[in-house]
Design a protein around this ligand. Structure first.
Ligand code: TYM
Length: 340
């Protein structure tokens, strides 16, 4: 069988739950913008159907969806250049997910660590949507025949599952239809850690607001959170080896490097020998310089929710135009009859 070469296309998504935090920005949105500007077609989704795998208050969900759209745009995503939309407006995602529910194996989903983390001890009480969540994620990606998916480190296992689903589908039906997608987990900020515990991921759902910087935080709050961030008593090293066993120090240096768009080595060569009392104000200044304009622009965009809804609607039309034909071809491959 001749191998099909798929045109490069980028897809990624973020859940509209709580405020976007710095890890989402550095690990995902900032890199979405870089990829948009590299000239490849880029499709960025607000995955509202993924969000409801755990309970969401409907009014909060609507606000969080618009706020995420506003952070996409305020961070530099251009709705003319990239396709920006919310998942529930493109039905092909859930339609393809059903096919993938029938391709993926129970054993594969049983191995997903995110399900185990999110379901916690009370597995019996988790929604069935939470269990099949990765199949919907595979459908999000493959319904666009996306070839590249920029994400943070925590999504790696889900992307491996996406590759397994694509390969099994192709193999079961004897086709070379779905691409074997490449995860793009690159840069210094693929795993931004909590400001209170350098061994835990920074997360929207951490009960402590001091553990993260929200994209909606104002300058004073950002500075305060960095000032109070956990550190150790030693000075900063001038080389990366000196960060061994110092997760909080490593995290702050990584955040600095990502915001300054440089490497950890280059930051350390400048700040090596400094105490945290001197480094933290430098980091706070840089963070405010880079993040405050985004939060200001977000607030401005949030004043015109109808305009955000219009942008998402237009994005959904463009997304549908790509996804619908791929869904129809999938149905044909599987053997579904449809009138033409
Ligand atoms: P979500 O909404 O949890 O996170 C969105 C993106 O932010 C990244 N991220 C981080 N990166 C670095 N450091 C952190 N502390 C950090 N926290 C979060 C995540 O890796 C992710 O890239 N399942 C996905 C949403 C999704 C999706 C998709 C992604 C649904 N369908 C299709 C890509 C393609 C999720 O829950 O991301």
């Amino acid at each position: 069988m001749a191998e099909v070469v798929h045109t490069p296309r980028v897809f990624s998504g973020i859940q509209p739950t709580n405020h976007l935090q710095l890890g989402n920005y550095l690990g995902a949105v900032k890199r979405f913008v870089e990829m948009q500007n590299s000239g490849i077609e880029t499709v960025y989704c607000i995955v509202d159907l993924h969000a409801i795998t755990v309970w969401q208050d409907p009014a909060d969900l609507r606000v969080a969806t618009r706020e995420l759209a506003a952070s996409y745009i305020a961070s530099g995503l251009d709705p003319e250049k990239s396709i920006l939309f919310n998942q529930s407006q493109v039905p092909a995602h859930t339609q393809l997910a059903w096919i993938f529910n029938c391709v993926a194996r129970m054993g594969w989903l049983n191995r997903m660590t995110q399900f185990k983390d999110k379901a916690g001890k009370n597995r019996e009480n988790a929604s069935t949507g939470l269990f099949v969540y990765p199949n919907l994620m595979a459908a999000d990606i493959l319904v666009y025949h996306a070839t590249h998916v920029p994400v943070g480190e925590d999504q790696k296992q889900h992307l491996e599952l996406t590759r397994d689903i694509a390969a099994k589908f192709n193999n079961d039906f004897g086709v070379d239809f779905f691409p074997i997608t490449e995860p793009v987990i690159e840069g210094v900020a693929t795993r931004v850690m909590s400001l209170r515990d350098g061994t835990k991921k920074m997360s929207k759902s951490d009960p402590s607001d001091m553990s993260r910087i929200n994209m909606t935080d104002d300058a004073d709050t950002i500075a305060k959170k960095i000032r109070k961030a956990k550190t150790d008593p030693d000075a900063l090293p001038s080389e990366a080896e000196g960060l061994e066993g110092r997760p909080e120090a490593r995290n702050l240096v990584n955040i600095y490097a990502a915001l300054a768009e440089t490497t950890m080595e280059s930051v350390l060569s400048d700040v090596g020998g400094k105490q945290f009392a001197e480094f933290k104000p430098m980091l706070a200044e840089l963070a405010v310089e880079k993040l405050a304009p985004i939060s200001l622009e977000m607030a401005r965009l949030m004043e015109a929710p109808d305009e955000i809804d219009r942008i998402l609607g237009r994005g959904a039309e463009r997304a549908n135009a790509i996804a619908q034909p791929i869904l129809e071809q999938t149905y044909d491959i599987v053997g579904m009859i449809r009138s033409r």
